[in-house]
Design a protein around this ligand. Structure first.
Ligand code: SIN
Length: 485
């Protein structure tokens, strides 16, 4: 591992109430580098009792944090933002080691993650209320906005920093405090962020990090009446369980869950641009993002040309290996189960008649590496049509006309991201309207942006993160009715 310039960023502890702590019973979680299977380090495995203490700390810190002006909170978030950029390379090294994504991509994620802190630092000053024309002459109606309170956040391994700041930036800017459970595969990115939050001057108790046993921590968060909001990014199965648990205390909930993104290429598309977008939308993070294309839907008249161009781009541009090495842009998958799932999807598709054009097997490097794979002539009966692969498999499904493309695109329980390429303006509006997705990339394969509302429809979740909408998720609305007679 390339040594960190600032070794203190490697924090093998939990962070509760401004203190760096171990688990009560001393239990630990080992964190592995998915590229080498070497141990990166150990963090405490916390459970329910430590989580309850973190919730108490967040609750105790709430009145003072909430009472600060939005600008004071924003100034602290901007300091946190500056520190993240100052330590961008070190944070990226930590991330590459525990998550596997190539170093350049990890640096990109740190910049993306920091951008949420800046966005919400600024947006927090625009939490406006409203005055409403009353029903009676001697009445006045005023609407005010207030932080919801203590937030329990649970974040995934695929974006170890950005999924934290997208939640924490919004929550803290709104005046909430937070207890965060990071993914057990990637806790060091979270504890490094906590260290920088501390250095930025964010008061103790406002941001707490509790690595540990998911079921116990989530249970403590949902059973505590002090926690007023749960926010989760991860699978639909876990999200719906959390939603049921949160119902007990009627906690607010935001869920950013699974996807099955279609990427439609119409015959009037600029095919070279579509291939460029396809590479971005499919192979970011080795295909392990919730918004990665899962299904390429390509009009029959251009399907061969598209597949050939995509095969050339994949062959020449994708370099698999340890993300720490120069020139690598496809790192390992997170674990063996991920490799197994991609293998199964490929095998299932080939068994059912798909044509294998590239790859199709674990990479010769072994371990968690998988060769970028292209299959054509995919069909609706294949697992890749309905299940999220979460790996570097590009599956191309041909279609005949616009109506069937839309029907195929919407034929899924998910509704997170979608993409399409067309140069026909009327079609651009028609298709944008018809897609049942929270996000639509039009002639682009890169849609992530702190200024925009990220989130899905149907089984892809509830609520939005980023944009001004991301702040609403952490605010209560209060209406004041005044009699002035
Ligand atoms: C995700 O995969 O959940 C997040 C992707 C992004 O923010 O771009």
């Amino acid at each position: 591992m390339e040594p960190l310039k600032e070794t203190q960023l490697y924090c093998p502890f939990a962070y509760i109430d401004g203190s760096w702590v171990a688990a009560d019973g001393g239990e630990q979680i080992s964190v592995y580098n998915p590229a080498t299977a070497e141990v990166v380090g150990n963090v405490p495995r916390l459970g329910a009792s430590e989580t309850h203490r973190a919730i108490e700390a967040a609750d105790a810190a709430l009145p003072a944090w909430r009472a600060m002006t939005a600008q004071q909170r924003g100034d602290l978030l901007l300091k946190w933002y500056d520190l993240m950029l100052e330590h961008q390379h070190d944070l990226a090294i930590l991330m590459t080691h525990e998550q596997g994504k190539p170093l350049k991509e990890a640096e990109g994620e740190i910049a993306y993650a920091a951008s949420f802190l800046r966005w919400f630092a600024e947006e927090g000053r625009r939490v406006y209320g409203e005055t409403i024309p009353p029903a009676k002459a001697d009445q006045r109606i005023v609407v005010t906005r207030h932080p919801v309170g203590v937030v329990g956040a649970i974040t995934p391994w695929n974006f170890p920093a950005a999924m934290i700041t997208r939640k924490a930036g919004a929550a803290l800017a709104a005046g909430c405090t937070m207890v965060l459970k990071p993914a057990s595969q990637t806790p060091f990115s979270a504890t490094a962020l906590a260290l920088l939050a501390e250095r930025a001057g964010i008061p103790r108790g406002v941001f707490n990090v509790v690595p540990g046993t998911a079921g116990e921590i989530a249970g403590a968060m949902t059973e505590s009446p002090r926690v007023r909001k749960i926010t989760f990014t991860g699978s639909t199965a876990v999200g719906s369980r959390l939603m049921a648990q949160a119902a007990e205390n009627v906690q607010k909930i935001s869920l950013e869950l699974g996807g099955n993104a279609p990427f439609i290429v119409f015959e009037d598309a600029d095919l070279d641009a579509a291939v460029e977008g396809a590479m971005a939308a499919k192979f970011r993070n080795a295909g392990q993002t919730c918004i990665c294309t899962n299904r390429f839907l390509v009009q029959s008249s251009v399907v061969n040309a598209f597949c050939e161009k995509l095969a050339v781009a994949m062959h020449s541009e994708l370099h698999v290996g340890d993300g720490e090495k120069d020139g690598i842009n496809i790192g390992p998958l997170i674990d063996e189960a991920a490799v197994r799932k991609v293998s199964e999807h490929v095998q299932d598709a080939v068994d059912k008649g798909a044509e294998l054009m590239l790859g199709g097997h674990p990479h010769p490097l072994g371990g968690n590496f998988f060769s970028p794979t292209l299959i054509s002539a995919a069909g609706p009966e294949m697992r890749v049509a309905s299940e999220e692969t979460f790996g570097p498999l590009a599956a191309v499904f041909p279609f005949d006309d616009e109506d069937s493309a839309i029907e195929m695109a919407n034929d899924t329980r998910y509704g997170l991201a979608s993409y399409f390429y067309s140069q026909n303006l009327a079609r651009v509006w028609r298709v944008s309207d018809a897609l049942e997705y929270g996000m639509v990339g039009i002639n682009t394969g890169a849609i992530s942006n702190a200024a925009a509302p990220f989130g899905g429809m149907k089984a892809s979740g509830l609520g939005r993160e980023g944009g001004h909408q991301g702040l609403d998720e952490y605010l209560e609305t209060k209406y004041l009715c005044m009699d002035i007679s």
